[in-house]
Design a protein around this ligand. Structure first.
Ligand SMILES: Cc1cc2nc3c(=O)[nH]c(=O)nc-3n(C[C@H](O)[C@H](O)[C@H](O)COP(=O)(O)OP(=O)(O)OC[C@H]3O[C@@H](n4cnc5c(N)ncnc54)[C@H](O)[C@@H]3O)c2cc1C
Length: 385
């Protein structure tokens, strides 16, 4: 049986960054991926500038299909737009973007095994054995980066409850670049009120739009017809292939470690439920987990209590923020007519919200800023001038 210092399961953004960091710190690192890379991943493909600040390399220009400098928001008959001087995000296709991240890990020395699916984990004395469809490997520690349907997570915590999950359904709509320019050019388009919670989106890409609808799992029954109705309303083609995918939306408080196992990214539930941003938290948690593993090797300590310092690091970096994001999301979903209207009719409300994506403001401060202003904004929105 082949032996490694660390085995990472799943080669999405979290697994790529975790494995790259481990190998750079001198650990022999195996990265297992069940698909052949590049693999398809349904996603809006918006990678925020602040997310990119958490990786130590630049993104190849070829991968950047559009740059995002603004956001346009719609709700019922309200529509506003905010534009900024600095780039807020890049728009990518996830198959190519994720393959690029994995290539960075492989260049650094990671051993990648594609089309190899992890099936089970077995703790054996001082190691953990990973059984795949092709063989068995062992290591002192495993990082579960295997996404929202993680099999590694079942060795750490209870499965996600229904109310801890969202569902997003997305499609790619082929159009010319001139049509993309005419519609939105270099901003993202957000439509509230398409689903009961969450939003619909149209993101500009190279020769196509990425469009979709997302919301709480319970509000996304008939998600395909929801998406097709949305596309029709916008005058976009409905002759499209749709892909639905779960997304964690339950905030932060759950187990992310057990003896010799650490969860990262979607497997750990690290997604901002308000914006649906997950790539940033995949990057940060991947790196923090790798640093924790390196520390474990220094002290030869792989128990849950030792690994739990990773959970505390996540809490410090973004945990409280995700918790407040969840609180805000619940409030918005409870009073959609008030908050969707505010977000789509007052530039200040929208602009401040974008400060969160840029990591210049936290949800806690945004909430504190927003709530006392609700009556004023409501009155302003209702007045005809
Ligand atoms: C429709 C949709 C739109 C989204 N849009 C955005 C967006 O615009 N911006 C943003 O920041 N976030 C977005 N997200 C969230 C984002 O996609 C995720 O948060 C992010 O992909 C998490 O990265 P990850 O590495 O944890 O997991 P993943 O990207 O899901 O990667 C997990 C990997 O593990 C592999 N795997 C799974 N099981 C096994 C196994 N048993 N053995 C081996 N390999 C395995 C999978 O094949 C996959 O490659 C969106 C999500 C959805 C569903």
């Amino acid at each position: 049986m082949q032996r490694y210092d660390v085995i990472i399961i799943g080669a999405g953004p979290a697994g790529a960054i975790a494995s790259k960091t481990c190998t750079e710190k001198g650990l022999s690192t195996l990265l297992l991926e069940k698909e052949r890379i590049p693999r398809f991943k349904p996603c809006g493909g918006a990678v925020s500038t602040s997310a990119l600040s958490h990786v130590d390399f630049g993104i190849e220009q070829d991968l950047i299909e559009r740059e995002c400098y603004g956001e346009r928001v719609h709700f019922e008959n309200h529509q506003i737009e905010v534009r900024r001087k600095s780039r807020m995000a890049i728009l990518v296709s996830r198959d190519k973007f994720d393959a690029f991240l994995v290539s960075k890990a492989v260049d650094a020395g990671v051993e990648l095994r594609e089309v190899e699916k992890a099936r089970s984990l077995n703790q054996k004395q001082s190691t953990i054995v990973v059984e795949t469809n092709k063989g068995e490997y062992n290591a002192k520690v495993v990082i579960g980066a295997d996404g929202v349907n993680s099999i590694v997570s079942k060795y750490v915590r209870e499965p996600y409850k229904h109310d801890e999950l969202g569902l997003c359904i997305a499609a790619e709509i082929p159009v010319s670049n001139a049509e993309v320019d005419e519609y939105i050019e270099n901003a993202v388009d957000i439509h509230y009120g398409i689903s009961k919670s969450g939003y619909g989106w149209v993101f500009p890409k190279e020769q196509h739009f990425s469009a979709g609808v997302g919301g709480d799992l319970s509000s996304m029954k008939n998600s395909r017809s929801m998406l097709l109705t949305f596309l029709k309303k916008l005058g976009l083609s409905t002759d499209v292939v749709t892909h639905a995918h779960l997304i964690p939306s339950g905030g932060y408080e759950r187990e992310v470690c057990s003896d010799r196992i650490i969860l990262v990214g979607d497997a750990a539930g690290f997604v901002d439920p308000f914006y649906g941003e997950g790539i940033k938290y995949a990057f940060i948690s991947g790196k923090l987990a790798a640093e924790r593993v390196v520390e474990s090797y220094e002290n030869d300590e792989f128990s849950k209590s030792a690994l739990d310092s990773y959970k505390r690091s996540c809490r410090t970096m973004f945990g409280e923020n995700l918790e407040y994001s969840l609180r805000l999301t619940r409030l918005v979903n409870k009073y959609p007519n008030i908050f969707f209207r505010l977000l789509s009719s007052d530039k200040k409300v929208l602009d401040k919200g974008l400060e969160i994506v840029a990591e210049r403001m936290r949800y806690k401060e945004y909430r504190r800023w927003l709530i006392p202003r609700v009556p004023y904004f409501m009155l302003k929105a209702l007045l005809p001038f």
